[in-house]
Every structure is written in structure tokens, then in C-alpha cells.
Write a protein that binds this ligand. Structure first.
Ligand code: IPM
Ligand code: MN
Length: 351
């Protein structure tokens, strides 16, 4: 198949992990005789340096005409001055909103090979496979904001349309899995959460009667994620709650470096990125784990290009390298391999 992919390597460890992800993508292209057209574009801090805008028009146009976007990471101390006119993170939020990618999927799966790496007791970690569906272009992230020296305001808004749209994505995924759906809110305090709960309840009752539905308040959810993580199947949450819960849940797997994500809009379009961020402290040191980025390529092949076999091949290659006992620094406190060694080992399983 032919596909156009925009590549935004971004800042920090973004470029070094993207390099390995692209090698894997090109190996798949060759092996399965596809035609992937890759276009690089500026995004994040590096785009601020060169154009003054973290998400320049040219990048936006390229993203809009492509089938999918691969994103490394953005941000770093160089662009973190609170008084700066703009920040890399602003580019990320503008991109999500402009491209309409409202459904952020983050899968938290424990790898038996990494179980000792998690701060949670091993017996609680077996069989964890949680799919988070985070609403990505609404809520407090995008509401009205005000900021002066002695006053600040962030408004949280949700419409029933936005809630229904994200809960449908979560419900459709959960019927293909264990048919269990947990919705997280703060309905004892927030009006948006009360609407969230009532829209979710009526949608599931009327259109997905087979789903076992559970509602959790977000504070309780943070505890349940640690005390009974293997009970969850699909968890749906608004933007801010989803942001916080997915970082917490990533620790179940032992390292945030392993986790890919897909941000989906309509018509199979998606932005694919690891959830770990730009990690400027380890940039250029060969310590970055390329797995989250490589697995993001696997998600892209599956969700945007419907290339399921190719996607599985990448996931199997990553597992197989872990089985061989190869771990990057985040996965092992004693012996570890470099970013390049890890990337090459995964690549070798494919070609
Ligand atoms: C994420 C990140 C972003 C978010 C930041 C960098 C704006 O934490 O993708 O989870 O809060 O959504
Ligand atoms: Mn986050």
C-alpha cells in the first residue's frame, strides 16, 4: 500500500528514538512491498527556534495532507521560561486540536520480562492489560484561561457531543476486548463530570447493553489502579484525568519508556507518539529507550493503515528482544544496552 506519513522528530531524545523507529518502518516497507512517503517537518522547540511558532503553518499543512503523523517528543529547559511568548507544549495542544485527534489510546501492558522493574509487588502485576481512552481536545486544557500576577483562571467545559464521541470509541474497543468499561470522573464535585456520567450511562445502557460498566471517582481510581490493576479492561476519562492516570499506570509496567500512544480523529487519521516525553536530561547519551517510539509505529500501522500483520511483527520483535535479555537503562539497573543497540536488535528481528 501507499501512504504518506509526516515525521515530527521534535526535541530532546525525540530525534534519536525517531531514527530507530524509521529504520523499523523502512524495513517493514521493504519486506511487505509497501510505499511509505516520509516527510520531515519542524515541530516543538526546534520549530520555535527556526520559525517562532511551535506548530508552523507548513507543518500543519503537511500533517493535514498525510495519512498519519509520527511524533517523537517536544519540550526542554531551553523553552521552559514561564515568561516566554510561546512553548513547545502549545504546539502539541494546537496540533491535537487542529487535527481533530480527540481519542488518545494508551495501552498499559505488563511484560513478564520487566515485572521486577515495577515498584508494585509482582503478584498484583500479572495479566495487566489496560487500554486507556483519554479525551484529548476538550476540557480544562482548552477552556478559557486568564493569568495575571495575582489571579489565574482555567475553565473546564464539555458538551454531550464531545462526551458521547469519546465514550463510543472506548465502548467499541471494549466490546472487542473483555467487554468491561470503567469511566472516571469527579461527579461528586464537578458539573462537567455529572454530565459525563449521565451521558455515559445512557449511551452504554441504550447502545452497548452487553458491556459491564463501572463508574469511579478519579481520586478512588488512582488507588484502584494500584490495588487491583488486573481488574481493568478499558478506562475512559476526560483530558486532565486521563493525563494523570496514564502516567500513574505507566509505572505498573516498570518503565514509561515502553509505552506507545495513538491519538485518533475521524477517517483513521492519527498521531502516534511514545508517552514518555523529551527527557532532555538523557539526550544524546545513548540511554533513551526506543521501544515506545517503535511500538508507536506498530500502532500507526494497525490503526491508520490497517496493516495488522506488519504491526504484530513489530510488537513481536520488541518482545523477542526483551526475551533475549536486552534492556535499555530505564529497564535494568545493572547491565544495559544503548539506544542504538536496542534499536538495531529490534530491526534485526524484522529484516
Ligand atoms: C502528554 C503530555 C502533554 C499533556 C503535555 C506535554 C502538554 O503530558 O501527552 O500526556 O499534558 O497532554
Ligand atoms: Mn502527560
Amino acid at each position: 500500500m501507499k501512504a504518506e506519513i509526516t515525521v515530527l522528530a521534535g526535541d530532546g531524545i525525540g530525534p534519536e528514538i525517531t531514527e530507530h523507529a524509521l529504520k523499523v518502518l523502512k524495513a517493514i516497507e521493504k519486506k511487505y512491498d509497501h510505499d511509505f512517503i516520509l516527510n520531515d517537518a519542524l515541530f516543538g522547540g526546534i520549530a520555535i527556534d527556526e520559525t517562532g511558532d511551535p506548530f508552523p503553518e507548513e507543518t500543519k499543512d503537511l500533517c493535514k495532507q498525510s495519512d498519519a503523523v509520527l511524533l517523537g517528543a517536544v519540550g526542554g529547559p531551553k523553552w521552559s521560561d514561564p515568561k516566554a511568548k510561546t512553548r513547545p507544549e502549545k504546539g502539541l495542544l494546537d496540533m491535537r486540536s487542529d487535527l481533530g485527534v480527540y481519542a488518545n489510546l494508551r495501552q498499559i501492558k505488563t511484560y513478564p520480562q520487566l515485572i521486577d522493574n515495577s515498584p508494585i509487588e509482582n503478584s498484583r502485576l500479572e495479566g495487566i492489560d489496560i487500554l486507556f481512552v483519554r479525551e484529548l481536545i476538550g476540557g480544562i486544557y482548552f477552556g478559557d484561561k486568564e493569568r495575571s500576577d495575582d489571579y489565574a483562571k482555567d475553565v473546564c467545559e464539555y458538551s454531550s457531543f464531545e462526551i458521547e464521541r469519546i465514550v463510543k470509541v472506548a465502548a467499541d474497543l471494549s466490546i472487542k476486548r473483555k467487554n468491561k468499561l470503567t469511566s472516571v470522573d469527579k461527579a461528586n464535585v464537578m458539573a462537567t463530570s455529572q454530565l459525563w456520567r449521565s451521558v455515559t450511562t445512557s449511551l452504554i445502557e441504550s447502545e452497548y447493553p452487553s458491556i459491564e460498566m463501572e463508574h469511579l471517582l478519579v481520586d478512588a481510581a488512582t488507588m484502584h489502579l494500584l490495588s487491583r490493576p488486573a481488574d481493568f479492561d478499558v478506562i475512559v476519562a476526560e483530558n486532565l484525568f486521563g493525563d494523570i492516570l496514564t502516567d500513574e499506570a505507566s509505572m505498573l509496567t516498570g518503565s514509561i519508556g515502553m509505552i506507545p500512544s495513538a491519538s485518533l480523529g475521524d477517517n483513521n487519521f492519527g498521531v502516534y507518539e511514545p508517552i514518555h516525553g523529551s527527557a532532555p536530561d538523557i539526550q544524546g547519551k545513548g540511554l533513551a529507550n526506543p521501544c515506545g517510539m517503535i511500538l508507536s509505529v506498530a500502532m500507526m500501522l494497525k490503526h491508520s493503515l490497517q496493516l495488522v500483520q506488519e504491526s504484530n511483527e513489530i510488537e513481536n520483535a520488541v518482545e523477542s528482544v526483551l526475551n533475549d535479555g536486552m534492556f535499555t537503562a530505564d529497564l535494568s539497573s545493572d547491565h544495559h544496552v544503548s539506544t542504538d543497540e536496542m534499536g538495531t536488535a529490534i530491526l534485526t528481528k524484522i529484516i
